[in-house]
Design a protein. Structure first.
Length: 292
């Protein structure tokens, strides 16, 4: 009887840890290595190319490059002018500068072009040699977001250091869909609140306590923990969970926690983890703020 009680207690303690049976073997290591390689390639194709974020502040905003070849909307500082954004009634118009070859998709822009915005508040993309830009909407404001395919930051970035792989942070969880999508305001780097839709939440147990994280429909999770602002980025980290089509069990692998774009690029508009996604313990897994 004592042996049976001992075995039962041992089993209950093991269940309390709620850790996954995933092992840190060579296959897993190679999978994680491929994950970070892919993540950094995506960064170099997008956020590391960002070279400017200029707020439209009046009915007429000039745009071009200053003496340091940096994007600018300060007329007195411009050495090269690409054009002018002008508000005409309810329409925002881009007027290209004389003798400047500006393209939109496959066509050369020779006259004024009304900006057409998608459901996210982003306009069509304009191009000039290795630069491209568009208008984005954040809160009540519009910005010129600029990419530079020759941005030195692309080759300078080698990646971030990560915590040692740890099976302790591969957890069993349960995903639950809300009866109706929950829309909650989420703070951003720019100070505005973004209405964010959460499809459900993932619940899990860690060191004997229950936690849950609000999750978007594509599995995207913004979270903070006790390392935020110390060994990891102060604005939290991101994770994408593979969620089932109906309520069911999932695996949470915090070794795949990655830094938001704001951790490595100044011209970003990241959303910050909502209050309900702030975890009180240290997640010593995933990316740190140290660069390779």
């Amino acid at each position: 009887m004592r042996i049976l009680l001992f075995l039962l207690c041992t089993a209950l303690m093991s269940c309390g840890n709620a850790s996954s049976e995933k092992k840190i073997d060579q296959t897993y290591k190679e999978d994680i290595e491929a994950f970070w390689k892919s993540k950094n390639e995506v960064r170099k194709d997008n956020y590391l190319q960002l070279s400017g974020l200029l707020k439209l502040i009046d009915s007429s905003t000039v745009f071009g490059l200053n003496a340091s070849n940096q994007p600018s909307s300060k007329k007195e500082a411009l050495q090269t002018i690409f054009g002018n954004y002008t508000q005409l009634g309810d329409s925002l118009i881009f007027i290209p500068a004389e003798n400047k070859i500006i393209t939109v998709e496959a066509d050369t822009l020779s006259a004024r072009l009304p900006m057409v915005f998608d459901s996210y508040g982003s306009s069509q993309m304009l191009h000039q040699e290795h630069l491209k830009w568009q208008i984005i909407t954040r809160g009540d404001n519009r910005y010129i977001r600029v990419w530079d395919a020759k941005n030195p930051a692309i080759d300078a970035f080698k990646g971030f250091e990560t915590f040692p792989l740890n099976p302790k942070f591969i957890l069993k969880g349960q995903f639950t869909y809300y009866d109706q999508t929950q829309t909650k305001d989420v703070e951003s780097k720019l100070g505005y609140k973004h209405a964010t839709d959460f499809a459900g939440f993932v619940s899990f147990e860690f060191e004997g306590k229950e936690y849950k994280l609000d999750t978007e429909a594509d599995g995207f999770i913004m979270l903070g923990d006790a390392t935020s602002g110390n060994t990891t980025y102060g604005g939290g980290r991101y994770y994408v969970l593979e969620i089932p089509s109906t309520n069911g069990p999932v695996t949470i692998d915090f070794n795949r926690l990655y830094n938001p774009p704001c951790a490595y690029c100044a011209f970003t508009t990241c959303l910050l983890p909502p209050s309900q996604n702030q975890l009180p313990f240290e997640i010593l897994a995933g990316e740190t703020t140290n660069r390779l």
